[in-house]
Design a protein around this ligand. Structure first.
Ligand code: EPZ
Length: 417
């Protein structure tokens, strides 16, 4: 078990470089299964979710080579075996092996995925889509068996714009026979990144990034290379940090249009923010205006930035409303923030945040990835020492977080307990 110890209330300045997007990388890695050769993925973030996926590739007898941020996956000797629960439950994205193995092998045996405890997280939309393509889906306790003699392209209507289901159904249909159209597809930037890799492999996909994706099946996919796009959620988290305690804090390697919904809100609050081509500079100002945020699918305000943003709302001058619409359980960090001095009232998926309140260091618990990141921001803002336990959640998604923060003047360390 690890904990983070933070001495807060320091001004942070300098440059934080953003890494590759977790939620792209965790789909690009399983997608490599679809090429019967070598896939090279550059700019892979150094996070524990990456390592969990590499372990699954090893179970499947793939040849994996990681050098710095370059991951090479050779699937020539793939052995399609059961993916045990001890592997699948380490992260949500293990379910992308369903689409990828079904697409290539027409057979998958895998246990249920894991992931943050932010809601009930059903996978019915994925399963319905696999069935629409012609797969038979059998459940035995926590195990799924997906099999098909043939996968045949069809029209698939998603009842919700699910990121995971959109990606999984692209993976399952690129080698299917004929045309698949995914209607009401998710439009998150990561989906374009996955489609680009598949297209580089020889897949025929159009419309990724819109709510209608068309896939014409091909017989085989070949070697390909892709670069993971910058992580808009990591960037958003550090931009908010700049608004909390930055003194010309520069967040570099950002695609500003990917986080416009955040930067628009920061401007509305009266933040000092400068947006350049691939970087954003931000400093703390007093008297921020309270605002309302409502999380939505892309291009709306990202659910993954709601929790970090709630920390900034504790520093605004008045009452802000944080309305979560995607996950039922996004308020797990609030008791910790209140313990640190915040004044937040939760009502179901909504929170009323009364600011400004001085935050003070406390012992708190990370209940999930983004909630944990929120506590890091709170600890860096607070007077005194904050000790965060269960930080494994945070390390799943923020690469080199201690190095990146120490480098801009934060006093933060990771301790084994
Ligand atoms: C992805 O989760 C991300 N995870 C999440 O990021 C992110 O919060 C989410 O998209 C929304 O942007 C990864 O990419 C690995 P969904 P995903 O399917 O794909 C319901 C983080 O912190 N739903 O778009 O699992 C579901 O319950 C993580 O980095 C069904 O009902 O999200 C939720 O209410 C957390 N049935 C909504 O749809 C299904 O079959 C959105 O889920 C699938 C989803």
């Amino acid at each position: 078990m690890k904990q983070m110890i933070i001495e807060g209330n320091n001004k942070l300045s300098g440059i934080i470089e953003i890494g590759g997007a977790k939620n792209s990388a965790v789909a690009l890695i399983p997608a490599a299964i679809l090429a019967s050769g070598k896939t090279t993925i550059n700019n892979v973030p150094n996070i524990s979710d990456r390592d969990a996926l590499i372990d699954i590739l090893n179970v499947l007898n793939c040849n994996v080579n990681l050098q710095d941020d370059k991951l090479t996956i050779d699937t020539t000797n793939l052995k399609n075996t059961l993916i045990e629960e001890s592997y699948s439950s380490r992260l949500r994205a293990s379910y992308y092996f369903m689409g990828a193995l079904l697409g290539r092998e027409k057979y998958v045996e895998i246990y249920i995925p894991g992931g943050c405890n932010i809601g009930s997280r059903p996978i019915d939309i994925h399963i319905d889509g696999f069935k629409a393509l012609g797969a038979e889906v059998i459940t035995e306790g926590n195990k799924y068996i997906l099999k098909a003699d043939r996968l045949i392209g069809t029209d698939i209507y998603l009842r919700f714009q699910s990121v995971g289901a959109t990606i999984n159904l692209m993976l399952a249909s690129v080698l299917a026979e004929g045309k698949t159209v995914i209607h009401n597809a998710a439009k998150e930037t990561e989906i374009i990144n996955i489609a680009d890799l598949l297209i580089n492999m020889g897949a025929n996909i159009s419309g990724a990034g819109t709510d209608e994706i068309t896939i014409i099946g091909v017989e085989e996919l070949h070697d390909a290379t892709i670069s993971v796009i910058p992580d808009r959620i990591e960037a958003g988290t550090y931009i908010i940090l700049g608004a909390l305690c930055g003194e010309k804090l520069t967040i570099k390697n950002v695609i500003p249009e990917h986080i416009e919904s955040l930067t628009d809100k920061l401007k509305e609050m009266g933040s000092h923010i400068t947006i350049n081509t691939d970087s954003i500079e931000i400093s703390k100002v007093d008297n921020l205006k309270p605002i309302n945020i409502k999380t939505l699918v892309y291009p709306g305000f990202p659910t993954d930035i709601g929790q970090p943003m709630s920390v900034l709302l504790t520093q605004c001058n008045g009452i802000s409303l944080f309305e979560e619409t995607i996950w039922e359980n996004r308020m797990g960090h609030v008791p910790s923030l209140n313990k640190m001095g915040a004044n937040i009232k939760v009502n179901g998926m909504n929170a009323i945040i009364n600011g400004p309140t001085k935050l003070k260091g406390e012992e708190v618990i990370a209940t999930d990835l983004r909630g944990g990141a929120a506590l890091v921001l709170a600890g860096l803002t607070a007077e005194g020492t904050t000790i965060i336990t269960d930080v494994e959640h945070i390390l799943r998604g923020y690469e080199n977080i201690i190095y990146k923060l120490t480098n801009v003047g934060a006093k933060i360390e990771l301790k084994e307990i």
